[in-house]
Design a protein around this ligand. Structure first.
Ligand code: SAH
Ligand code: SF4
Length: 404
């Protein structure tokens, strides 16, 4: 594992006010960031530049630089006159994400970035490079209010929703990194986005939807990703799942089930007390029927909690014949947790039983484990300056190996 340079200077520059006050206070201001072009569709961007006294087509030019060339430095936008460039960039390309720390593992093919937002909130995103694709796992909220007890993000509660542009900018930033060739041996084009970082995407529905529209709209309106390559992972907010199905966007859906029975799911996924297993699965099948796409059923394997053979059989009965596959996730234990990952033989037996029931099943690789970078296992910790150059980790989360 390598620790990439800590971009303290950038982080400090973003904190002229926050530096003087505890970060926890800054976080609770919970204000949305300044407007960014990714918050607006192309029509909105045209209106914004005209309102500034600029020609309408400057919106296309600016958008092409941001979404097409993955460039955000106005100096490089030489088709726009220099004075207009600076004004347009100030108004429509404010800096939203300041990298605080970057970690890499798997020979550089997995990279996690901790971002500080304008109000001091911290979120993380992860790039995962494979020979045939580049995936970014993005956050939709700072923290999460769903309280799943095995999840590091859930432990700290919700700070705030991310804005549309704060979501989009995570993807555009990594698309730029992939295109720059900085990650050797990977395809240069970011192709997949999974909403499996911090937060419950469907709890931030309007901004999530706008962000997805930006991701799939062709350049210069957006990034031009394939809609199927965008995966929304949800804890199971049934009305929002139905609403997403009705949008007919053709996105891939992942449902975090984690237990086939209400008794256990009520505990592992507290929102189950509101929408039960049967309801949440019905919403998944409705989604699959409407889109024709297989739903991914996510199931964290927790030793002696949800990994019994009878639960595999029950899950198999619930899913057999459905447009679904199961993705088992070896639990990544959170600090102080009484839970651990299932032993491999138990996991293998679980897989065997599901497959015997005719349910396609895979076990998620543990990419990014070393840097707590596996999807859904993100918990921001921050580095607080302690006098002259000293550093201390605040929790939220465990001390990372890279910094011990
Ligand atoms: N809130 C959404 C998306 C973010 S979590 C959701 O819950 O689906 C992404 C995935 O990581 C979810 O399936 C989640 O249950 C899983 N996850 C969270 N914490 C985990 C942990 N400690 N070990 C394994 N998987 C975890
Ligand atoms: Fe939130 Fe998903 Fe974590 Fe549950 S698993 S607390 S919904 S991020």
């Amino acid at each position: 594992m390598t620790t990439l340079p800590i971009l303290e200077a950038t982080a400090a520059a973003a904190l002229p006010r926050g530096a003087a006050e505890p970060a926890a206070v800054a976080r609770h201001r919970a204000a949305l960031p300044p407007r960014h072009l990714a918050d607006l569709d192309l029509l909105g961007r045209r209106a914004a530049v005209v309102a500034m006294g600029e020609r309408e087509f400057r919106a296309e030019q600016l958008s092409h630089h941001y979404f097409g060339r993955l460039m955000r430095d106005p100096e490089g936008m030489t088709d726009i006159p220099a004075d207009a460039r600076a004004r347009l960039a100030t108004a429509l390309l404010p800096s939203l994400l300041s990298p605080v720390r970057e970690l890499a593992c798997d020979g550089g093919a997995t990279r996690k970035t901790l971002w500080r937002l304008h109000d001091g909130s911290l979120v993380e995103s992860v790039l995962m490079g494979y020979p045939d694709r580049v995936t970014v796992c993005v956050s939709s909220q700072a923290g999460c209010g769903m309280g799943c007890p095995f999840c590091a993000t859930g432990q700290a509660g919700l700070t705030r929703n991310l804005s549309t542009a704060e979501i989009v900018d995570q993807v555009v930033w990594f698309a730029g990194l992939a295109a720059s060739g900085a990650v050797a041996g990977l395809p240069p084009r970011l192709s997949h986005v999974v909403f499996m970082g911090m937060g419950e995407p469907l709890a931030n529905y309007p901004r999530l939807l706008e962000a997805i529209r930006r991701l799939i709209a062709p350049v210069p309106a957006g990034l031009g990703l394939s809609r199927r390559h965008v995966t929304v992972s949800t804890v199971g907010l049934v009305p929002a799942m139905n609403r997403l199905a009705a949008e007919d966007l053709g996105l891939t859906l992942a449902l975090s089930l984690h237990a086939p029975d209400d008794d256990l799911r009520d505990e592992l996924v507290p929102v189950n007390q509101r929408w039960k297993v049967a309801e949440v699965l019905q919403a998944a099948w409705d989604y699959a029927a409407r889109t024709g796409l297989r739903v991914s059923i996510e199931y964290a394997m927790i030793r002696d909690v949800n990994d019994q053979p009878w639960r595999a059989d029950l899950l198999g009965r619930l899913l057999a014949g459905r447009l679904a596959h199961v993705n088992l996730i070896p639990l990544n234990p959170t600090p102080g947790s009484r839970w651990d990952a299932s032993p491999k033989p138990v996991e293998r037996e679980f897989v065997r039983r599901l497959r015997a029931a005719g349910v396609p099943t895979t076990v998620r690789d543990t990419r990014g484990r070393e840097i707590d970078g596996a999807c859904g296992q993100l918990a921001a910790s921050e580095v607080e300056p302690l006098g002259a150059g000293g550093e201390r980790l605040r929790s939220g989360s465990r001390v990372r190996k890279a910094e011990q």
